[in-house]
Structures are given as C-alpha cells and as structure tokens.
Write a protein that binds this ligand. Structure first.
Ligand code: HEC
Length: 127
C-alpha cells in the first residue's frame, strides 16, 4: 500500500517536472523573439536583414544581415555571443553595434544566438 503511494507520488512529481520544463522551454523561445524585436530589430530588422527602421544612410556600416548564411558561417556561436555581450569594438567592429551584456542575461543571449542561427539557417564556424 505504502509502496504504491510513493510510486504515484513519483509519477505526479515527474509529470509536474516535465510540464514545468516544457513551460520554461516554450516561454524562452517566445521570449527570445520578443527580446530580438525589442533590442535588435530596430537596426537588424524584424526578419534580420539589417534593414531596421533605425538604420539611416548616415550609418557608417550596415548592421549584419543575418540571412546571409555565407557571412554568418564565418562566425562561431562563441563569436556571436561575444559580440552580442561586448559590442562591436570588442571584435574590432563598429561601435554602432552596442554591447548588451549589462542589459540581457546570459540565457537571453544564448537564446539570441540560436535565434540568429535560425534566421541564417547555418551552423556557423565550428570549434
Ligand atoms: C544601434 C543599431 C544596432 C542594434 C540595436 C543592434 N545591432 Fe548588431 N550590429 C549593428 C551594426 C552596425 C553591425 C555591423 C558592425 C560592423 O560590421 O562593423 C552589427 C553587427 C552585429 C553582429 C555581427 C558581428 C560580427 O562580428 O560580424 C551580430 C551577431 C549582431 N550585430 C547582433 C545583434 C543582436 C543580437 C542585437 C540585439 C541584442 C543587435 N545586434 C542590436 C548595429 C546594431
């Protein structure tokens, strides 16, 4: 009798954990989309083509076009994370690309890296 109860309890706990995990996973995917829209799309564009409303002809460089798989393949996931956290100048690129390390959490940045890989449909430089 007691054994059965414990088993039931385990089943309930496991199910609860599964549901919680799913909730977190799906929340973060949609959260990433929000984060991108809010912080990145103004320059990089909603679809990542580098044509956001913030971009004027006075921009000395165009924001990276994330749909350009050839260009995006030159960067590893670590490169992407770096430049998102520390900004353009940290990788000898334009300061027009701001650093986000103080604004976004590591989880949000990891989410963005995945989001960009989704846009470019590329895996990036390995290793
Ligand atoms: C104020 C405009 C602006 C905003 C906002 C912005 N970027 Fe950028 N981003 C740029 C520009 C300009 C470049 C190109 C820099 C260069 O090539 O010198 C760039 C380049 C990049 C690159 C390529 C870096 C490389 O090494 O080639 C990545 C990745 C990137 N941005 C990600 C993001 C993400 C993610 C966000 C949102 C958190 C974001 N950017 C927000 C302007 C912006």
């Amino acid at each position: 009798m007691e054994k059965l109860n414990i088993r039931k309890l385990w089943a309930v706990a496991a199910l609860a954990a599964l549901v919680a995990q799913f909730a977190i996973a799906s929340a973060s995917a949609s959260e990433t989309a929000k984060v991108f829209k809010f912080y990145c799309a103004q320059c990089h564009g909603l679809t990542g083509k580098g044509d956001g409303p913030n971009v004027t002809k006075d921009f000395p460089v165009s924001p990276r076009n994330f749909t350009n798989a050839k260009e995006m393949d030159k960067l590893s996931d670590a490169d992407l994370k770096n430049v998102i956290m520390d900004g353009g100048p940290s990788v000898s690129k334009s300061p027009m690309m701001p650093p986000w390390g103080k604004t976004l959490t590591t989880e949000q940045v990891d989410g963005l890296v995945k989001h960009l890989r989704g846009i470019c449909q590329c895996k990036g430089k390995q290793g």
